[in-house]
Design a protein around this ligand. Structure first.
Ligand code: P61
Length: 455
């Protein structure tokens, strides 16, 4: 019989202890933090599923490459290695390093958008939306209808609704749309992939109207692997070949290397347009740094150059997608409502279905994330009414899996904790905001429990 068990495709060489706390301690910490998990010190978290961003374990090859980092202010060979690695996968003419994804977004929108601009996307992530709006643009989400039904199974729930894209262009006029974007995978919509057919169709519409298409590439390798598994015609291709084809339809991309760059910091912005690239590099110098480092150390550029290739390794991707699916299957089998099918980097619990007695105005996602922390010291993040305000179509709690960090027994523990919270769900109460910032409020907002009588 062939062996079926999928194992972590690495062995562990350096370990970092994690600290247990008691439910009483966690209750106190949470009250001090105004029920906001961003405000809890990470030493008081047992399993940190807040994000898969910047939390990966680096490989021996990445650490070795970091020692080669050349910290010259200008013309560093580390930048050359970084650019070569990015271009071999992404294929764009200009590669502009930035300190992380949102810096690439800020520069892109500052150059391409102005007041009254409209930017369509399958779904903008919060930093993308915020940066677009900060430059006076309107961020329009055009997911396919299936994406808004958490329990609906569809192989490419990240696809953009192309009929609505056509309609938007007809209605708003091409002049108001400086670019269109596709986020792969669709993070706010459940880590769901975009099909090659959809990328091609969106490109065809954009090209017909002379609108450049940019890909928000954060999880491009996971997206490529889903295409390999699910889209006819791609089973025999490598993730690298699939990624190259994905980007061949785009005019540029933004990237947070903290995700599928397997690095702890970094990002980049790419374009094929010489004039746009020049304006972007001018802005880069103003706030990030010289174009051969863009706010990063030479050693960071080296880690990314290696990490991008490791993220496309098929054994790694097989383990990655299987381990995320494992968490999703084990909780959904017991009735926990999740966004189906499981995403690439995270499992998203449908908090509205989990807590039907807590209305969206009382932040069911925040309430559920707090309960999961108290039960087992697990940190997750709300993606819903707190993060997106009136734009929120769902209230989700995301359990994001850092890359190469946790083993199967950690995930078994997470399953046990979630199932315990599921059994006690009727006791969980809603929350109200006591303090908030004017944008990206979820990082710092504070809450209190809604008094029992009003629940
Ligand atoms: C995350 F709570 N994501 O998923 P930067 N595009 C996309 C992202 O997923 C993304 C960025 C652009 C994070 C980190 C995060 O409110 C939050 O390198 C699809 O983080 O600047 C980041 O990339 C931005 C978590 C970001 C948050 C903002 O966990």
């Amino acid at each position: 019989m062939p062996i079926k068990t999928i194992i972590e495709p690495f062995r562990i060489k350096s370990v970092e202890p994690i600290r247990r706390t008691t439910p009483g301690e966690r209750q106190r910490l949470l009250e001090q933090a105004g029920y906001n998990l961003f405000l809890i010190p990470s030493e008081s978290i047992l399993i940190d599923l807040l994000t898969d961003s910047g939390t990966a374990a680096m490989s021996t090859e990445q650490w070795a490459a970091m020692m080669r980092g050349d910290e010259s202010y200008a013309g560093s060979p580390s930048f050359e290695r970084f650019r070569t690695s990015v271009q071999a996968i992404f294929g764009f003419r200009h590669v502009i390093p930035t300190h992380q994804g949102r810096a690439a977004e800020r520069i892109l929108f500052s150059v391409m958008c102005k007041k009254g601009s409209i930017v369509p996307n399958n779904t903008h992530f919060d930093t993308t939306r915020a940066n677009c709006e900060f430059c006076g643009g309107e961020a329009v989400d055009l997911p396919i209808p299936e994406a808004l039904e958490p329990s609906r199974v569809h192989p490419f729930k990240g696809d953009m609704d192309t009929a609505r894209l056509e309609e938007l262009i007809q209605h708003a006029g091409r002049e108001r749309i400086p670019l269109a974007m596709l986020t792969v995978t669709n993070n706010s919509g459940g880590g769901q992939p975009v099909s090659m057919a959809n990328i091609r169709a969106v490109k065809e519409i954009c090209a017909r109207h002379g609108i450049p298409l940019y890909i928000d590439a954060c999880r491009f390798a996971e997206n490529a692997y889903f295409i390999k598994l699910r889209e006819p015609g791609y089973a025999g291709k490598t993730p690298r070949e699939i990624a190259r084809e994905m980007f061949s339809y785009a005019d540029g991309c933004t990237m947070s290397a903290k995700k599928d760059g397997l690095a702890n910091i970094g990002g980049f912005l790419c374009t094929n347009d010489d004039s746009i690239a020049q304006q972007e590099k001018d802005l880069l110098i103003l706030t990030e740094g010289f174009p051969t480092y863009g706010g990063l150390a030479g050693r960071d550029l080296e880690a990314i150059a290696v990490g991008l290739n490791e993220a496309l390794d098929e054994d790694y991707l097989n383990y990655r997608i299987a381990s995320t699916g494992y968490l999703g299957e084990h909780i959904s089998q017991e009735g926990v409502p999740i966004v189906q099918p499981p995403g690439g980097h995270a499992i998203y619990i449908d908090a509205r279905a989990f807590l039907p007695h807590v209305p969206p105005s009382q932040f069911p996602g925040v309430a559920l994330a707090a309960a999961v922390y108290i039960e087992g010291g697990i940190r997750s993040v709300e993606i819903g009414t707190l993060m997106f305000g009136e734009h929120a179509k769902m209230d989700l709690v995301r359990l994001a899996i850092p890359r190469r960090v946790y083993t199967q027994s950690h995930i078994d523990y997470v399953v046990e904790v979630i199932l315990e919270v599921w059994r006690r769900r009727a006791e969980i109460r809603g929350l109200e905001i006591t303090q908030q910032a004017p944008f990206l409020r979820h990082f710092s907002a504070r809450f209190r429990l809604v008094p029992a009588a009003h629940n």
